[in-house]
Design a protein around this ligand. Structure first.
Ligand code: FMN
Length: 237
């Protein structure tokens, strides 16, 4: 029904050091939306695309990663996943983990969008989060939940995972109650939701830029030792 931002994980050519230089020059922040619903016509994914569209107005480069399209295998810490298990949604063999990792490294800030499944995030979202650690540190996260009950526990659980990886979280969520919140064209039917979508987009770009810039500066300034950022020097080398 709704396709505002064409699903895409474009080839990402920036290296980590390019990204650091970019942030220091005060350039635009890269926002990656991660859609955690496997359902076609998902309301959380639709709302995510509205936020990403809005974020572009504040100067971000916004892209969307739909987990239903990349189908990461269940994370195995022993790393013994067979290449054969990596297939795109059409069954073509592709190491989607490489594609997803490139997108994660490209991002300066994230929006995680999940359905409420039994008061928790979707399995697809949790599986995605399990793959990454250092990649999330010093980056800011916003949250969208499709729920009939506001999905506060869902957001809390996503926040906990992000905090565990030293990511920063926006202090509020965007919650949507399925079809009740949108008209037939996919526009929010109430101004409170419409304003909250704009607020998340604006705040994520604004605070996300500040936090990422300071984090990268602390990573690169060897004299700074009393910052959690100093632990990530090896990773960013
Ligand atoms: C397995 C399953 C569990 C669900 N559990 C809850 C729940 O605990 N609370 C709730 O409000 N909705 C629950 N729902 C409803 C979904 O959260 C709701 O349909 C949501 O819109 C789905 O998100 P999506 O449109 O992004 O796919 C559940 C749906 C499924 C399939």
């Amino acid at each position: 029904m709704i396709n505002i931002i064409k699903s895409q994980i474009q080839p990402l050519k920036l290296s980590q050091s390019d990204n650091q230089a970019k942030m220091h020059q005060g350039d635009i922040v890269n926002v990656l939306g991660v859609a955690g619903s496997m359902r076609k016509g998902s309301f959380s994914t639709h709302t995510l695309k509205l936020v990403l569209e809005e974020a572009k107005k504040y100067g971000s480069d916004s892209r969307v990663l739909e987990l239903r399209e990349v189908r990461l295998p269940i994370y195995d810490p022993s790393g013994s996943v067979s290449e054969e298990l990596y297939r795109d949604v059409n069954g073509n063999r592709e190491n989607v983990l490489d594609t997803v990792t490139t997108a994660i490294k490209w991002a300066d800030a994230f929006v995680l969008a999940s359905p409420d499944y039994h008061g928790s995030m979707s399995g697809a979202m949790k599986n995605f989060l399990d793959y990454f650690w250092e990649e999330f540190a010093g980056k800011t996260f916003g949250y969208i939940i499709a729920s009939h009950e506001k999905g506060l526990t869902v957001a809390d659980q996503m926040r906990t995972s992000v905090r565990q990886c030293y990511g920063w979280s926006m202090p509020y969520n965007v919650s949507i109650n399925g079809a009740d919140d949108f008209d037939s064209s996919g526009n929010p039917i109430n101004s409170t939701l419409a304003n909250r979508i704009k607020m998340l987009a604006r705040d994520l770009v604004t605070y996300g830029t500040l936090i990422r810039r300071q984090f990268l500066q602390d990573v690169m300034t060897k004299e700074v030792s009393h910052s959690y950022a100093s632990r990530y020097r090896e990773y960013y080398n």
